[in-house]
Write a protein that binds this ligand. Structure first.
Ligand code: PAF
Length: 298
């Protein structure tokens, strides 16, 4: 296992600085791992970063809240920004470089290039609720991969549709980058850890436990033999609605295409999005793969 660095990470501010850093690593025969983030780093990011540090000789974490993936009425302006704390965590975990570009450095004036994630993968579920979101994610992730040329890039399973989009684009564009998807990290009560949990009041945080609770109930139903996706989705939906959550969608999908299935099978995923007050949360479980999130019976 590579020895983690004990120094503060090298700060890189432009795509060309990132490219030079990566080229130097590769010229020295060192493998490069990249963890793309929007900052506000939490235990979920930490798990991705630790995995990247274990797998690679050098690791760069990117911290960039990309306006391209936020809709006009979304939380771009209020998205939490905690750069000092983030950089201190990166030092603790032994990350070698932090790429922290400005919006201008990433999106030069006059930019006209767009990426379009078409079909159910880009247009259904998260794609339908957040029009243009995955095109924005695809653009920024492609720019990061092209500039950083990592051997591997790390993403969290909680953003399941994003993971499928990124896997697809890495293959479609022949990036040669291995996309590594790491398990969702949950708080002890079962709620998936997310930067957006910071928006929840204590009362909303309690009600949010309907999410792991509903998913756990549907998983138990699946384990007991239920195969109708509609029955599994209804279980989750009822659980969320009983606690006053405003359900955006609950669906059972294939992991790679995000097309919905009528008959649920192992490796299919139950995905959901719901609002609690002004906060929109998403979650996912993989049937027959994940252990049920704790928090049942809340
Ligand atoms: O998951 C995120 O934090 C973002 O969508 C990503 C992958 C860093 C792209 O901005």
């Amino acid at each position: 296992m590579p020895i983690p660095s004990t120094e503060a990470p090298e700060l890189l501010a432009t795509p060309s600085e990132l490219r030079s850093w990566s080229a130097r690593c590769h010229a020295a025969g060192l493998s490069v791992g990249m963890v793309p983030t929007m900052g506000a780093l939490h235990a979920g990011h930490r798990a991705l970063i630790e995995r990247a540090v274990a797998d690679n000789d050098r690791v760069v974490v990117t911290i960039f809240v990309s306006p391209a993936q936020f809709g006009p009425r979304e939380d771009f302006a209020r998205y939490p920004r905690t750069l000092d704390a983030d950089l201190s965590l990166l030092g603790d975990v032994g990350v070698h470089a932090a790429f922290v570009p400005s919006v201008e450095a990433m999106y030069p004036p006059g930019l006209v290039t767009r990426l379009d994630i078409s079909g159910p993968l880009g247009e259904r579920l998260e794609g339908a609720s957040r029009p243009g979101h995955f095109n924005g994610v695809a653009l920024v992730v492609t720019k990061l991969l092209v500039a950083g040329l990592p051997d591997r890039a790390y993403f969290g399973q909680k953003d399941a549709q994003q993971c499928a989009v990124v896997r697809r684009l890495a293959r479609d564009l022949d990036t040669g980058v291995e996309i590594v998807v790491c398990p969702t990290v949950r708080d002890t009560d079962g709620l998936a850890i997310s930067s957006r949990n910071l928006y929840l009041s204590p009362e909303e945080r309690m009600r949010a436990l309907a999410i792991p609770s509903g998913l756990a109930e549907a998983m138990a139903q699946f384990d007991a033999g239920e195969r109708h996706s509609s029955a599994l989705a209804t279980t989750v939906r009822s659980c969320l609605e009983n606690k006053g959550l405003d359900v955006d969608y609950v669906a059972v999908v294939k992991a790679d295409t995000f097309s919905e299935v009528e008959t649920a099978a192992p490796t299919n995923q139950i995905v959901l999005a719901a609002r609690i007050g002004n906060t929109r949360l998403i979650d996912v479980v993989r049937l027959g793969v994940d252990t049920a999130p704790v928090g049942r019976g809340v």
